[in-house]
Write a protein of this length. Structure first.
Length: 256
């Protein structure tokens, strides 16, 4: 099959960007023809040779795109994606707004199916549903005073969204794109469940096949959980606490 992987930008490097690279390599090893498309392509955040042998396509923005109505400006990149990719059997979309581009492109591509690989529903639109522990904490700052500054910035961003009407339009496009995808996959059972709650679609877990590091001898006296990540309150810190809550309350872990 010819498979296109689509991500908004690959000039930065994080979890979802690594997944695109690993997925491209894995599909190539299984004999598929792979092309990767993004608005911004890999830059100096990647190691030399990371993308060797993987065809890269840029979804170009034009000089006067800013003059278009917002809805058209977002959708036109889907038309450019279609022209840049050519014939494809499957388009695998990653972070928002890639699902929108993919579904717009596939509409005029005979036989092309769209898979949305959901790393997480867009926090800007759906954070209260997807991070309930953080939502509860930010609503009760008297008990969580260390979140005061985060809350001020968070609510200021949400108010700016509401005033211009951009958030409502972007959220509408996000919901519609997810529902037009032929298949929705989540990078975990937790993410798949959140996608089902937010988008009212069926979502299946598709666990990541990431490269394994070399084993290291570790001696511990008792089981433990290692948390490795940056201290971002709304995402990593409360997401970690939420994961522990699920492990204990839903899965019955008693040895953490």
């Amino acid at each position: 099959m010819r498979v296109a992987l689509v991500h908004p930008r690959l000039d930065a490097r994080g979890g979802a960007e690594n997944v695109v690279l690993w997925m491209a390599r894995g599909l190539q090893e299984r004999g598929h023809a792979v092309v990767v498309a993004a608005r911004k392509l890999p830059a100096d955040r990647w190691n030399e040779g990371d993308w060797d042998g993987i065809p890269l396509v840029r979804v170009e923005e034009k000089r006067f795109d800013g003059w278009r109505p917002r809805r058209d400006r977002k959708r036109v990149l889907g038309e450019r994606l279609r022209r840049a990719l050519g014939a494809c059997d499957v388009i695998v979309a990653h972070n928002e707004p890639a699902p929108l581009w993919a579904t717009v492109a596939a509409k005029r591509m005979t036989g092309t199916r769209v898979v949305w690989f959901c790393e997480e529903p867009k926090a800007r639109f759906h954070w209260r549903t997807t991070t309930p522990h953080f939502a509860a904490a930010i609503d009760d700052l008297a008990k969580h005073p260390w979140l005061d500054e985060v809350a001020r910035v968070w609510y200021a961003d949400r108010q700016r969204d509401k005033k211009g009407g951009r958030r409502a339009m972007d959220r509408e496009l996000d919901l519609a794109a997810a529902r037009r995808a032929d298949c929705v996959l989540g990078n975990s059972a937790f993410t798949a469940k959140n996608a089902e709650k937010v988008y009212d679609v069926r979502a299946e877990p598709c666990l990541l096949g990431m490269p394994e590091p070399e084993p290291v001898d570790v001696t511990t006296e008792a089981p433990y959980v290692a948390w490795i990540g940056s201290m971002v309150a709304h995402k990593n810190a409360y997401g970690f606490l939420q994961a522990l809550h699920i492990a204990v309350q839903e899965l019955g872990a008693r040895d953490l």
